[in-house]
Design a protein around this ligand. Structure first.
Ligand code: BTN
Length: 251
């Protein structure tokens, strides 16, 4: 895996979206680079949704060149999700009801705290790609969303911890966790990340409701994650693999 912890950082005040800014600057990127904005005015979520940025929240994109094949890009999303999860645990001295929700969300007290948007750009006449990992974390404000539209409710870390979170401090802790995780998988390889991810998600056997990319919903038991990042759900005698969609808890 590329060494992404040794990164440089570009801080900006206001941008449309840090992922879009990363794409505009792609020709300047020579080593892993963070693009972090105080404020995003056109933040993007998965599946064409909008990411609403609240005051004092973290919005940033990590950009780097990779020779991984596109089917492995999800592993980087898991990698970042784990590092974020560990950062949040580390910043709180109290036990938290925190887990990773497939594919890339962090859920605190059953509400969405963070999301990750993975995008890529192929380098012409090469097998390499620029990978853009866009990360939003509700540190100090939870955007009020129409739950019916978004399918989830939001939360911010400050409300749970009872004090404001300094974005820069959060970023420092986050980079430490990225470096730790990088060292941990140095020997075992990036594929090992699925095992780390599974330790921070639902229990095997939990009943989940899934909406696939076509909008079809069904329920089943969580049985794991396959090598391509698909979620495995058993429904009666069959196991479905879903590669694109959203998970809900069965209510
Ligand atoms: C999701 O859960 O739908 C993914 C949300 C990703 C939001 C981040 S904020 C920084 C980066 N820039 C964007 O426009 N989106 C990502």
């Amino acid at each position: 895996m590329e060494e992404i912890s040794a990164s440089k950082t570009i801080f900006l005040s206001t941008v449309d979206s840090t992922n879009e800014e990363a794409k505009r600057r792609i020709n300047e990127i020579v080593s892993p680079t963070w693009i972090i904005a105080d404020k995003q005015v056109e933040g993007k979520g998965r599946h064409g949704k909008t990411w609403f940025d609240g005051k004092g929240n973290f919005t940033g994109s990590l950009v780097f060149l990779t020779s991984s094949v596109p089917s492995k890009f999800f592993l980087y999303g898991f990698f970042i999700g784990i590092a974020l999860y560990d950062t949040i645990k580390h910043m709180c001295n109290e036990p938290l009801d925190l887990f990773l929700k497939w594919p890339n969300d962090i859920i605190l007290n059953n509400r969405k705290l963070s999301g990750i948007l993975i995008e890529s750009q192929k380098i012409l006449n090469s097998n390499k790609f620029f990978l853009i990992l866009g990360i939003g974390v509700n540190l100090n404000s939870a955007p009020q969303l129409e739950e019916k539209q978004s399918g989830y409710d939001t939360i911010c870390l400050a409300d749970v911890l009872g004090h404001q979170i300094e974005e820069k401090k959060f970023f420092e802790f986050f980079k430490i966790e990225i470096a730790k995780l990088e060292r941990a998988i140095e020997i075992e390889g990036l594929e090992k990340i699925v095992d780390y991810w599974l330790k921070r998600t639902y229990e095997i056997g939990d009943r989940l409701e899934i909406k696939n990319y076509k909008g079809e919903r069904f329920t089943g038991c969580f049985t794991g994650i396959d090598q391509d990042g698909g979620i495995l759900i058993s429904t009666g005698n069959t196991t479905k693999r879903i590669y694109s969609g959203d998970v809900f808890f069965e209510s």
